[in-house]
Design a protein around this ligand. Structure first.
Ligand code: HEM
Ligand code: HEM
Length: 184
């Protein structure tokens, strides 16, 4: 089943979700490790990985959003109260926004700092802003602030998924899991 239905996510939506989830969680650990590393060739290599994976996430999120717009989305369980629906919609909207804002602010840091960088040591990343220390500092602050908001929303997101599964016993986690969807 490729396309989403009103009941469940299709395979591409699941692959996008779990691939991007794994990359974003690794990317947070990599960013914190790279930022905290002492100045050395290893630090520079950690940053090449961080920036490359970040640009890969940006491309995947754009493709994922296009696929999402071309498909219906499964309906939330009918018994879900209105505030929970609004919370789910708002947090998903925020997650998509942050998954774009994180790499874009990182790209601005890289451009404003004028760091020569090749994605996965191959494709040169063009600058999107002129070199400027003020812009770089502001973008670093934005990158860090987006990360704090992302971490908070992810705690709520993962907590909500576990609550659906273990407390409410509905289909919300099942239908995002790999393989054939089945009702609990
Ligand atoms: C690792 C633990 C995670 C679990 C257990 C989990 C679980 C889920 C589940 C069950 C859904 C489906 C909700 C529904 O059917 O209405 C979902 C949707 C979603 N998840 Fe996750 N997720 C995780 C990590 C992440 C991460 C790291 C991101 C980062 C971007 C993320 C972003 C999203 C988004 C944007 C949606 C909304 C999909 C849409 O409406 O298009 N998730 N998640
Ligand atoms: C989803 C994508 C990304 C996530 C989740 C992410 C996350 C992080 C985290 C957690 C840190 C350490 C905390 C901090 O110092 O701000 C960091 C630092 C950094 N990231 Fe990212 N990042 C992403 C994408 C990118 C991209 C695409 C680039 C550049 C092309 C980039 C460049 C940087 C730089 C230069 C720093 C060090 C900032 C500083 O010195 O203050 N990041 N990132």
């Amino acid at each position: 089943m490729l396309r989403n239905t009103i009941e469940s996510w299709g395979a591409p939506a699941k692959v996008f979700h779990w691939l991007i989830a794994a990359l974003i969680l690794s990317q947070i650990a990599l960013g914190l490790t790279a930022a905290g590393w002492h100045l050395s060739p290893t630090k520079l290599n950690l940053f090449v990985w961080h920036k490359s994976i970040g640009m890969l996430i940006l491309a995947l999120v754009v493709l994922r959003l296009l696929w999402r717009l071309a498909n219906p989305s499964p309906a939330l369980p009918a018994e879900m109260p209105a505030w929970e629906r609004r919370a789910a919609e708002a947090s998903h909207f925020l997650l998509y926004g942050l998954a774009l804002a994180m790499p874009l602010s990182g790209w601005i840091v890289n451009s404003a700092d004028k760091v020569p960088f090749h994605i996965f040591w191959t494709i040169p990343l063009p600058a999107i802003v002129a070199p400027d220390k003020g812009t770089a500092d502001l973008a670093k602050l934005a990158h860090f602030s987006f990360f704090i908001v992302l971490a908070a929303v992810l705690v709520a997101h993962i907590g909500a998924a576990l609550r659906h599964h273990f407390v409410k016993h509905d289909d919300v986690l099942w239908r995002m899991l790999p393989g054939k969807w089945r009702k609990k």
